[in-house]
Design a protein around this ligand. Structure first.
Ligand SMILES: Nc1nc2c(ncn2[C@@H]2O[C@H](COP(=O)(O)OP(=O)(O)OP(=O)(O)O)[C@@H](O)[C@H]2O)c(=O)[nH]1
Ligand SMILES: [Mg+2]
Length: 278
């Protein structure tokens, strides 16, 4: 699986994915402080618009198969995103979008983010992306207890990276039991989240409006599988509770070799998010 990091946040995350053997990372930025091998240089530009206008095709021919582009929408370099996606549209890529804390951003930065997020959602809705995964930095911070300032980005990125990786692993693993199979969706705007196995409390990394589908992925240890006899009933009733008139919920259970039990969720929406807020 290919990971294409764009800009500072995108490249830091791509570097983290590179630690896993199954990912090949590419780094798109104006500079290469990490001295990465697969670095693709973009000339520095004065503005977001200039990045789009003066885009020169990147050498992405090597990239074949599945691809995920990672970026944040507040940076100037995100101006290249449409041109870059145009270049790899035959791969039907996924986008992992980092939504930064906008509360401290100036008006122009907020506008830029709104444009980028809006355009990506239109792309996702037109099936040019196979999914737009949204992670909000402040919501990730909420999940982390006692986050240290010295390792702030490392800790935040670690949550994004492990979550996305686990979801990819589940996607490519045959579950023990599955109520997901019939649930196909045309909804491409996706919020990931984690669920505590202890009390089934749910924490989303993006608050999605009007989700149409919620998928739950239970990664259960051998020990729990052997010991918890009413596990399936518990999971069924939890997931059933998540179903409403306009939203279906389903689950898959996987056996893992980890000590602990992990539960992840994906919420899907087709409606554009945040587009009416000024
Ligand atoms: N999750 C995460 N967010 C980051 C990281 N670094 C920066 N950010 C956030 O992402 C936003 C964009 O910052 P950068 O990624 O550095 O910007 P850029 O994409 O390089 O864009 P320009 O440098 O402006 O061209 C910032 O507002 C930060 O809040 C990171 O390592 N992880
Ligand atoms: Mg930068």
């Amino acid at each position: 699986m290919n990971i294409i990091g764009v800009g500072g946040a995108g490249c830091s995350l791509a570097a983290m994915f590179q630690e896993y053997p199954q990912y090949t990372a590419y780094f798109v930025d104006t500079e290469n402080p990490g001295n990465h091998k697969n670095f693709l240089k973009v000339e520095n530009q004065k503005s977001h618009e200039d990045y789009e206008e003066n885009y020169r095709k990147l050498n992405l021919k090597k990239i074949k198969g599945e691809a995920t582009v990672i970026l944040s929408g507040t940076g100037e370099i995100s101006g290249i995103i449409l041109k870059l996606l145009e270049q790899i549209k035959h791969l039907n890529p996924k986008v992992l979008y980092i939504k930064p804390d906008l509360s401290t951003c100036d008006k122009l930065t907020k506008q830029r983010e709104r444009v980028v997020f809006g355009v990506l959602q239109e792309y996702a809705r037109s099936n040019l992306l196979s999914g737009l995964f949204v992670f909000s930095n402040p919501l990730i911070e909420d999940v982390l207890e006692n986050i240290s300032l010295t390792s702030y980005w490392k800790d935040v990125n670690n949550v994004v990276c492990t979550t996305y990786n686990m979801l990819t692993v589940f996607e490519n693993t045959e579950p023990l039991l599955n109520s997901l199979s019939q649930q196909t969706t045309t909804s491409k705007i996706i919020a990931p989240g984690v669920v505590s196995f202890k009390d089934f409390s749910e924490k989303m990394f993006y608050e999605l409006e009007r989700p149409r589908l919620k998928k739950y992925f239970f990664g259960i240890s051998e020990k729990t599988l052997n010991e918890k006899k009413n596990l399936l009933q518990d999971i069924r009733s939890y997931v059933k509770n998540k179903t409403s008139e306009n939203c279906t919920a389903c689950f898959a259970i996987y056996a893992t070799s980890y000590e602990d039990d992990y539960v992840y969720t994906l919420h899907y929406a087709s409606m554009s998010q945040e587009q009416n807020i000024t």
